[in-house]
Design a protein around this ligand. Structure first.
Ligand code: PEP
Ligand code: MG
Length: 579
C-alpha cells in the first residue's frame, strides 16, 4: 500500500480498478527509403487502409442509430478512405520524396488541413477533424498501435494518466469513469473543472501516478484530501467505504436547502448560479438549486472533436439550455478557445506562450467569420429565454468596442433577414486580466454586468500558470494582491450601479464565501455540486459579520496569514470541513 499526495481537484471518494490511459497521439517516425522500398511502403499503406476500412465497417454495423450523426460521420470517413485521389497522392509522394509512408501520410494530411482551413466554404472547413481521425486510424495500423478511445470505455474504471486534455475529458464515457488521477494539472485547469462538472472525484498534480499504477490495479481516489492510495489493504478500503457513505450523506442533507433562497441572516439575497460546459449539465442545476447559469463555457462545443459546430448546431445547443432553464437567466460566454482549450478541429495553435497568446476574444476578433456564426446562433436562440452574452478575456476598451461593433453588425444582418431576436439582451464581460480589473471603472460604463474570472485573474496577477502542478503552491486566491483587485472591481461596478458576479472557481470555494460576501459580490457562479454548501454558509452569516471579516483580512500582509485566519474562522464559526 502506498499513499500519493496531489491536488484535490474534484471532491468525493472513488474506489476501483485503474485504467492507464496513454495519449493516443502517435509520434510519427521519419526515415529515408531507397528506390527498391517504394512498392513495399505503398503496400504497407494499402494494407493499413484496408484494415481501417474494415474497422469502420464494423463500427457502422454496431452503431445502429444515427445518434450524434455517428453514422454520417462513419460514412464520410469510409468515403475518404476509398478516394482514389487520396491513394494516388500518397503513391506519387512516396516515389518523389523517398521517405517512409507514415511521414508521407502525415505531411499530406497537414497540407490538406491547412488548405481546408483557408476555404471559404464552412462545410469544407468543418471537415478537418474527419481528416485527422481517418489519418490517425491508418497511422495506428501502420504503427501497430491499438486504438483506445476514452469514449469507448465499457467498464467502470479510475482513469489514470500523465495528462488529460480538456478535449479528451469532454469526450470520455462519463458513466464509466468513477475517478481521475493525473500526474499533471492544477485545481483550476479545465480538466479539473470538467471533473467537478461531471461530479467525478479527481486528484491532479500527483507527479508520477502514471508510472506506479498499471491497468487493473486497485486504487482509491480521495478527492477531498487530494490523496491516492495504491494497493489499499482491507482496513483502508473499509475506512474509505465509510468516508464515501458519510460524504454522500452530507451531500444529500445539503440538498435539503435546494428550495430555499441564498439569503443572509439579515436579509441580503444573493444569486447562486451554475457554471456549465455542455448542455447535458442542466439537469444537475435543478438538483442543486441553482438560480440559473452564470457561465456557459460555449467553447466546449468546439472541443468535442466532431468538426466545427455549425450555426444550426450551436443554435440548438443554446436553445436547449435556454428552454430548459425556463426564463432563469443564462449567461453564455462567447468562444474562449486557446490556452489549454485547443480544438482539434482548428488544427492546434502552436505558440510559445499559449496562456498569453491567441485566446478567447483575441481569437474571435481575428476570426470574425467564426465569431459571427456564434453570435448569430446566440441571437437566434435568445427568443427562448433570458439570455445574457458575455465576452471573455477583455483587456481594455478597444477590444470591447470592436466586439460590440461585430455584435451590432450581426444584429443588423439578422434584422434584415427578418429573423426574430430578443431586443434587450444584457451584455457583460469577464474581468480576468489585471488591466481590465484596474480599469474596471472605465469598463463598467460600457457593460450591463461584470463577472470576475478568478481562475485567470489569479494566474495573471501572480504570474502562475494555473495548470502547472509544480508551482501550484503559488496559486493563492487570498493573496493580498488578488484581494485588492477584487475590491477594486466590485467597487467600480457598484459605483455605476451594475451587478458583479464571479464565475471563477473561487466562487465555489467555501473558504471564500464569507470574504466575497463582505467584499460586496452580488452573484456566485460555480459547478452545480458546490452550490448547496455555499448556500448553507450564506444562510448562516450576516453582511456586517462578513464585512468585519473583510476589514480584518484587508489589513493582513501575506496570503499565509489570511489563509490561516480564514480557515480557522470558517471551521469554528461555519463548520467548513478542512480536509
Ligand atoms: C476564469 O478564468 O475564472 C473563468 C471562469 O474562465 P475559464 O476557467 O474558462 O478560463
Ligand atoms: Mg478564464
Amino acid at each position: 500500500m502506498n499513499e500519493l499526495s496531489g491536488i484535490s481537484a474534484s471532491p468525493g471518494i472513488a474506489i476501483g480498478q485503474a485504467f492507464l490511459y496513454v495519449d493516443d497521439t502517435p509520434t510519427i517516425p521519419r526515415y529515408k527509403i531507397d528506390d527498391t522500398q517504394v512498392d513495399a511502403e505503398f503496400e504497407r499503406f494499402t494494407v493499413a487502409v484496408d484494415k481501417a476500412t474494415a474497422e469502420l465497417g464494423g463500427l457502422k454495423q454496431v452503431s445502429g442509430t444515427n445518434e450524434g450523426n455517428q453514422l454520417e460521420m462513419l460514412e464520410s470517413h469510409l468515403l475518404l478512405l476509398s478516394d482514389p485521389e487520396f491513394t494516388a497522392s500518397i503513391e506519387s509522394r512516396l516515389q518523389k520524396n523517398r521517405l517512409n509512408v507514415e511521414w508521407v501520410l502525415y505531411r499530406f494530411i497537414q497540407e490538406q488541413v491547412e488548405k481546408l482551413q483557408r476555404a471559404e466554404d464552412q462545410y469544407l472547413r468543418e471537415r478537418t477533424s474527419d481528416i485527422y481521425d481517418v489519418a490517425k486510424r491508418i497511422l495506428n495500423h501502420l504503427m501497430f498501435r491499438q486504438r483506445i478511445s476514452l469514449s469507448d470505455l465499457e467498464q467502470e474504471v479510475i482513469l489514470v494518466a500523465h495528462e488529460l486534455m480538456p478535449s479528451d475529458a469532454i469526450g470520455m464515457n462519463k458513466r464509466m469513469v468513477k475517478g481521475i488521477a493525473l500526474d499533471a494539472g492544477g485545481k483550476t485547469s479545465h480538466t479539473a473543472i470538467l471533473a467537478r462538472a461531471f461530479e467525478i472525484p479527481a486528484v491532479l498534480g500527483l507527479s508520477r501516478i502514471s508510472q506506479v499504477v498499471r491497468t487493473g490495479d486497485e486504487i482509491v481516489v480521495d478527492g477531498n484530501r487530494g490523496r491516492v492510495i495504491t494497493y489499499p489493504d482491507d482496513k483502508t478500503k473499509k475506512r474509505y467505504f465509510r468516508v464515501q457513505r458519510e460524504w454522500r450523506k452530507r451531500e444529500v442533507a445539503l440538498m435539503g436547502l435546494n428550495e430555499l433562497p441564498a439569503e443572509t441572516r439579515d436579509g441580503k439575497l444573493l444569486s447562486l448560479k451554475a457554471n456549465i460546459e455542455v448542455p447535458e449539465e442542466v439537469d444537475a442545476l435543478a438538483s442543486h438549486g441553482a438560480d440559473g447559469v452564470g457561465l456557459y463555457r460555449s467553447e466546449f462545443l468546439f472541443l468535442r472533436g466532431l468538426g466545427l459546430p455549425s450555426e444550426q448546431q450551436q443554435y440548438e445547443a443554446y436553445s436547449q439550455v435556454l428552454t430548459s432553464l425556463q426564463d432563469k437567466p443564462v449567461t453564455i460566454r462567447t468562444l474562449d478557445l486557446g490556452g489549454d482549450k485547443i480544438a482539434p478541429v482548428l488544427g492546434g495553435f502552436s505558440e510559445q506562450n499559449p496562456i498569453l497568446g491567441w485566446r478567447a476574444i483575441r481569437f474571435c476578433l481575428s476570426r470574425v467569420d467564426l465569431f459571427k456564426v456564434q453570435l448569430r446562433a446566440l441571437l437566434r436562440a435568445s427568443v427562448y429565454g433570458d439570455l445574457r452574452i458575455m465576452f471573455p478575456m477583455i483587456s481594455g476598451v478597444e477590444e470591447l468596442n470592436r466586439a460590440y461593433e461585430i455584435l451590432d453588425e450581426v444584429k443588423y444582418d439578422l434584422r434584415t433577414e427578418g429573423v426574430a431576436i430578443r431586443q434587450d439582451i444584457p451584455v457583460g464581460i469577464m474581468i480576468e486580466v489585471p488591466s481590465a480589473a484596474m480599469t474596471a471603472d472605465i469598463l463598467a460604463h460600457k457593460v450591463d454586468f461584470f463577472s470576475i474570472g478568478t481562475n485567470d485573474l489569479i494566474q495573471y496577477t501572480i504570474a502562475v500558470d494555473r495548470g502547472n502542478e509544480k508551482i501550484a503552491y503559488l496559486y493563492e486566491p487570498f493573496h493580498p494582491g488578488v484581494l485588492r483587485l477584487l475590491k477594486t472591481v466590485i467597487e467600480s461596478a457598484h459605483a455605476v450601479g451594475i451587478p458583479v458576479g464571479m464565475c471563477g472557481e473561487m466562487a465555489g470555494d467555501p473558504q471564500a464565501t464569507v470574504i466575497l460576501l463582505g467584499l460586496g459580490l452580488d452573484e456566485y457562479s460555480m459547478s452545480s455540486v458546490g452550490i448547496p454548501e455555499v448556500k448553507r454558509i450564506i444562510r448562516s452569516v450576516t453582511v456586517s459579520e462578513a464585512e468585519e471579516l473583510v476589514g480584518t483580512v484587508m489589513e493582513m500582509r501575506s496570503y499565509q496569514e489570511v489563509d490561516a485566519f480564514v480557515a480557522d474562522v470558517m471551521q469554528k464559526r461555519f463548520d467548513v470541513k478542512v480536509y
